[in-house]
Design a protein around this ligand. Structure first.
Ligand SMILES: Nc1ncnc2c1ncn2[C@@H]1O[C@H](COP(=O)(O)OP(=O)(O)OP(=O)(O)O)[C@@H](O)[C@H]1O
Ligand SMILES: [Mg+2]
Length: 227
C-alpha cells in the first residue's frame, strides 16, 4: 500500500489528513497512533476505500484505488478485511451467518462458503459458537467473530480500527495474538489504536499522526511472538 499526498477535507471543513505520504509493504504489521481527532480512522478508510481522498493517490495491489469505478469497488473490498471497535456484527444473524454474509455479498459459491466459513471460525477459535447469536457472546468473542468475517475472503490487508477499544487487557492481548497469527501468515495488518500497552508490547512499526500529518514513523523491529 502506498499513499501519496493524501488530503481529506470533510464537508464540515475539517482537514482530517494533510498531504500524507505513507508506504506499507506486504506482510508488515503497522500501528497507527495519535490523539483523538488526529485522522487515524480517516487514514484507514482511505485504504479500504471507505472514502476517497480530496486529493492524492492510494495504491493497493497495483492500482490507484481513488480511481476505481463504483462497480469495481465491491471486488476491491473483497481483498481488504476490516475490523472495528464496536464489532459491527449483524445482531439478527448467527456467528456462522455473519461470516457467511461476507462471502455472500461477493457472490461466492455455496460450496466455497460451506468450506471457508468453518475454517475462518476455527482460525479464531470460535467453531463451537458458530450457531450462537452475537448478543450471546462476550465482547472478545464478538471481536473474534468480526475477525473471522474479515479474513474469510483471504484478504491482502486487514484494517483494524481500535479493535481492542472495548475489551479488557487480557482479552485485548488475545485479540492481538490473533491479529499477529494472521500477520504471520503473510497478511498485512494496519491497526489504529490508543492502547499504549499493546503498542509497547508488540514493538512493531508505529506511525504517529497528529492533526492530519505523520509526525513520526518508527520501525521497531519486533516480532509478534514476543508479545
Ligand atoms: N464524517 C465526518 N464528517 C466531518 N468531520 C469528520 C468526520 N469524521 C471525522 N471528522 C473529523 O476529522 C478529523 C479526524 O477524525 P478521525 O475520526 O479520522 O480521527 P481519529 O484519529 O480516528 O480519532 P479517534 O482517536 O477519536 O478515533 C477530526 O477533526 C474529526 O472531527
Ligand atoms: Mg478513530
Amino acid at each position: 500500500m502506498k499513499m501519496y499526498g493524501v488530503t481529506k477535507v470533510y464537508a464540515s471543513g475539517a482537514e482530517a489528513l494533510r498531504g500524507v505520504d505513507l508506504s506499507i509493504d506486504k506482510g508488515e504489521f503497522v500501528f497507527v497512533v495519535g490523539p483523538s481527532g488526529a485522522g487515524k480512522s480517516t487514514l484507514l478508510a482511505m485504504v479500504y476505500r471507505g472514502m476517497v481522498p480530496t486529493q492524492g493517490q492510494v495504491w493497493v495491489a497495483g492500482r490507484n484505488i481513488v480511481r476505481l469505478r463504483w462497480r469495481e469497488v465491491p471486488l476491491f473490498r473483497r481483498r481488504i478485511g476490516v475490523v472495528f471497535q464496536d464489532f459491527k456484527l449483524l445482531p439478527d444473524r448467527s456467528v456462522y451467518d455473519n461470516v457467511a454474509f461476507a462471502m455472500e455479498v461477493i457472490e461466492a459459491s455455496r460450496r466455497d462458503i460451506a468450506k471457508r466459513v468453518p475454517l475462518a471460525l476455527d482460525m479464531v477459535g470460535l467453531a463451537h459458537k458458530a450457531q450462537a447469536m452475537p448478543g450471546e457472546l462476550a465482547g472478545g468473542e464478538q471481536q473474534r467473530a468480526a475477525i473471522a468475517r474479515a479474513i474469510v475472503n483471504d484478504p491482502l490487508i486487514v484494517i483494524a480500527d481500535e479493535p481492542t477499544g472495548n475489551l479488557d487487557p487480557d482479552t485485548s492481548m488475545d485479540i492481538m495474538n490473533l491479529l499477529c497469527d494472521i500477520n504471520l501468515r503473510g497478511t498485512t495488518v494496519i491497526m489504529a489504536t490508543h492502547n499504549q500497552l499493546v503498542v509497547d508490547r508488540l514493538r512493531r512499526r508505529v506511525v504517529h499522526l497528529e492533526d492530519g500529518v505523520v509526525v513520526r514513523d518508527e520501525l521497531r523491529g519486533g516480532y509478534c511472538l514476543e508479545a
